[in-house]
Design a protein around this ligand. Structure first.
Ligand SMILES: *Cc1c(COP(=O)(O)O)cnc(C)c1O
Length: 400
């Protein structure tokens, strides 16, 4: 590593991102456009770094959830088309979107009026994609609403209705996907019959692309596959690589006797003499956090209960662990806000310089933690990354 190391950092394997892109492309039919979803800091991989690398490899369309994310990519030099996947709510946002050439989502009559009004008042041209509601229950236009909006916006030459899309509820359910797909197609046909045509029609996320080739339409919106894995409940033959490693340094080492208890409430009692290592990672970084959504069914509920019981019994496979010097060691006791304890056998030689690799949920690792991108000769930080020269990193060289 060429950099003064911070206490915690993330290493991103640039070659893995490139490989995942290549694998995803093998699924695409000729002419299908890839919209790379880099929301939530590119699922933890660093939005600017990931977008730069993908752009250097020919990706020319990105999607994020919110305007702020899009503006950040633009201001740091991403030139490709960027669309946002949620509607904007303020005049100011419409103006910024238009000025920075961000493609907006139009998901309600309110959005249509707002965009229409702002574009006329300030003479701003805008590109929009219509979002159609087909079952997710988040936001989107019903078929008849879409038609009315097309009628009213067609009188405003500043607004280009460039795309139309929907989002699937559950890729693993063929029936529900097919139903949504049919409804989406019927809506498009109805609009076409009235003379409204859209350059980009899209409905496929990672799971849908992996399972239903006929749903690719003109474009696909892919995030999870590019970040190196299949979505939950979906599998396939792509050779995907996880580019993400969270690392930190040991901040303290001490010897503890058999029988001593560790952490708040003394929930863990050492079964033998050991070294206890303190690492600067806690639930603030997503360690030991689970997303607390309701279980998706009885089976899911049973799995959650079973996992909790097994982890309470201290069964190894269900104990969280970290990697030091290439070996796994268990986290003991309750995880603290910003620290955790690791048990290491007495006879292992440790140094403060040892790196600790901690498996974390990537999206929960905050964007304040620096990302470093690996290339052949070393690492470059996301801050130093120049999108116009990212191909040099992919090629294994640093900037000439
Ligand atoms: C997050 C998101 C995607 C990407 O989904 P993946 O399953 O991660 O590929 C696509 N479309 C919309 C609207 C999304 O919110």
């Amino acid at each position: 590593m060429d950099y003064q190391q911070p206490q915690q950092w993330v290493e991103i394997d640039t070659a893995a991102i490139v490989q995942n892109l290549r694998e995803v492309k093998t699924l695409l039919k000729a002419g299908v456009r890839l919209i790379a979803v880099v929301k939530a800091n590119a699922y933890g991989h660093g939005a600017l770094g990931t977008a730069s690398i993908l752009e250097s490899q020919g990706v020319d369309f990105f999607a994020v959830s919110y305007l702020e994310e899009a503006l950040k990519l633009r201001s740091r030099g991403i030139k490709s088309e960027i669309m946002i996947l949620s509607p904007v709510t303020e005049e100011e946002q419409v103006m910024q979107g238009a000025q920075q050439n961000i493609t907006l989502t139009l998901a309600s009559a309110y959005d249509a009026q707002l965009i229409d009004r702002v574009s006329k008042r300030y003479e701003l041209s805008l590109k929009v994609h219509l979002k159609i509601e087909t079952g997710l229950g988040r936001f989107g236009l019903e078929g008849s609403e879409a038609l009315e909006i097309c009628h009213s916006l067609s009188e405003n030459p500043l607004i280009k209705m460039d795309g139309i899309y929907t989002h699937m509820v559950n890729a693993s359910s063929t029936d529900s996907c097919q139903q949504q797909f049919s409804l989406f197609q019927a809506t498009i046909e109805k609009l076409q019959a009235c003379g409204y045509h859209f350059t980009w029609q899209h409905c496929a996320n990672s799971g849908v692309l992996a399972l239903y080739p006929h749903m690719q339409m003109g474009a696909v919106r892919i995030g999870t596959l590019l970040s190196g894995h299949y979505p939950a409940g979906v599998s396939g033959g792509l050779k995907l690589m996880d580019p993400f490693k969270f690392k930190c340094r040991i901040i303290a080492i001490k010897k503890c006797r058999k029988g001593s208890t560790l952490g708040y409430y003394g929930t863990y009692r050492l079964k033998r003499d050991a070294q206890i290592v303190v690492i600067p990672v806690g639930f603030i970084n997503g360690l030991a956090l689970e997303v607390g959504n309701p279980p998706s069914g009885w089976l899911d509920l049973a799995k959650i209960i079973l996992k909790t019981i097994l982890s309470f019994l201290g069964l190894n496979r269900f104990t969280r662990s970290v990697v030091i010097q290439g070996k796994n060691y268990p986290i003991r006791g309750k995880v603290f806000m910003q620290m955790a304890l690791v048990e290491i056998p007495d006879d292992i030689q440790l140094s403060r310089q040892d790196q600790v690799e901690v498996p974390l949920r990537k999206t929960l690792v905050g964007d304040g933690i620096p990302r470093f991108y690996r290339y052949q000769e070393g690492y470059i930080s996301e801050e130093d990354l120049d999108p116009t020269k990212a191909e040099l990193i992919v090629g294994g060289r640093i900037y000439a």
